[in-house]
Design a binder for this molecule. Structure first.
Ligand code: MG
Length: 402
């Protein structure tokens, strides 16, 4: 089940301040040259969209009311929403501030049907929060998210397994979570416009063109998604957070290895920050072409969760290793975790780095993974300007190397 709050920030503001209800409002940042982060449905009717500047929105809708966003209010509401979801299943993945995946497989014996759970959740969100949401139900995360997107606002859409192929047949590929405009363009050039066509396209060709995500694209075209719902935030006893990756082909040059490590560090950092974790032991796992696998780790004094900090420590670990064979798998993980570390760095350059990371997270939360990344990763993965290294449905998993 995928729960997507409708016009979340704007709706929360309308709840807090009744005079804003039923009126066109837009939530903006506090600084002067800000853009709109959410518009109420009343404002959307005038064509006001996320990302517009204040004058642009005013031109379309002269009566629009601008409200400075209050992030704490939204994170608090998000936390309370998650608490509500956990009445129905402990498996809740907070996908972004206004979206969550619920694995309700184990709860079905307690309720009549998925629809029953969805309706109860919608009712409670309306009653307790005064907010509406769109809920999608499907046999995996890909389909549930697709379903929630089908009816907004206040929707409930269930995709039954027997209808999947019919629904996907005519559906444009860009409708799937993770396929952005650039990837759409590449696929169109190959004659693939719909999910049906994507599913039938020879997987070999997809792999040749897109590398490791080729297989994944093939599965997406068929509506297959094996990625689990990962309730990182609800697991206070998380011992480590890690990602590993079997490489496209075996590599032995340091430059390529470092780039993969950067990508993995980005994935690990993003997961850590989602769960508000920081850690201070970084482990690097290597598997040689002959399948010999080993892990080396390093513990530092400071708790970290920034991509680049994790990357730098990983490189220190890498320097301890003298490569004997080509590498076929790389993994980065971090352990010795604490929650809500919240230490403000002493030095300005570290604070700057932290605010870059925060800003990148916000952009990727809002516009989809990999909307922004390090230029170095774009260079390494020419076709991946669209699908994120930390892109969730592509195989999020917790890896405990220990
Ligand atoms: Mg939403």
């Amino acid at each position: 089940m995928h729960v997507d709050m409708n016009a979340f920030f704007a709706s929360v503001e309308q709840q807090v301040n009744p005079s804003l209800r039923h009126r066109p409002i837009a939530v903006i940042g506090a600084h002067k040259r800000t853009v709109i982060t959410t518009a109420s449905y009343e404002a959307r009717a005038y064509g006001v969209k996320v990302g517009m500047t204040v004058p642009e929105a005013k031109k379309l809708c002269p009566d629009i009311i601008f409200v400075a966003g209050d992030n704490k209010r939204y994170t608090d509401t998000c936390t309370r929403l998650v608490r509500l979801y956990t009445n129905y299943t402990p498996l809740v993945e907070v996908y972004s501030i206004d979206e969550a995946f619920l694995d309700i497989m184990g709860s079905l014996c307690l309720f009549n049907s998925p629809e029953d759970i969805a309706l109860q959740i919608k009712r409670k969100i309306r009653k307790n929060f005064g907010l509406t949401c769109s809920i999608g139900v499907g046999s995996n995360k890909l389909l549930a998210k697709l379903a929630s997107n089908m009816k907004k606002p206040d929707g409930l859409t269930i995709i039954h397994p027997e209808d999947v192929s019919e629904i996907l047949e005519k559906l444009p590929v860009s409708t799937l979570c993770g396929i952005g405009s650039r990837l759409e363009m590449h696929l169109e050039a190959m004659g693939v416009k719909t999910c049906g066509e994507l599913g039938r396209f020879p997987v070999k060709e997809l792999k040749r063109k897109f590398g490791i995500i080729g297989e994944r694209l093939h599965q997406m075209g068929l509506g297959i998604d094996e990625s689990p719902v990962v309730p990182v935030e609800d697991e206070p006893d998380a011992k480590s957070v890690g990602h590993s990756m079997t490489l496209d082909k075996d590599i032995s040059d340091n430059e390529s290895i470092e780039r993969y490590i950067l990508q993995l560090s980005e994935m690990v950092g993003r997961r850590l920050r989602r769960g508000q974790y920081s850690g201070r032991t970084v482990a690097l796992t290597l598997r040689y072409s002959n399948f010999h696998t080993f892990t080396k780790r390093r513990t530092i004094k400071e708790y970290i969760n920034g991509d680049f900090d994790i990357y730098l420590v990983s490189l220190d670990v890498l320097r301890l290793i003298r490569l004997k064979y080509a590498v076929r798998l790389l993994g980065v993980s971090i352990s010795n975790l604490v929650k809500d570390y919240g230490q403000i760095p002493l030095f300005k350059k570290d604070r700057d780095r932290q605010s870059v990371v925060q800003t990148m997270d916000e952009i990727n939360d809002r516009y989809g993974e990999f909307s922004i990344t390090r230029a170095r990763l774009l260079d390494r993965y020419p076709h991946k300007g669209v699908i994120a290294p930390a892109w969730r449905p592509a195989g999020v998993r917790r890896v405990n190397y220990q």
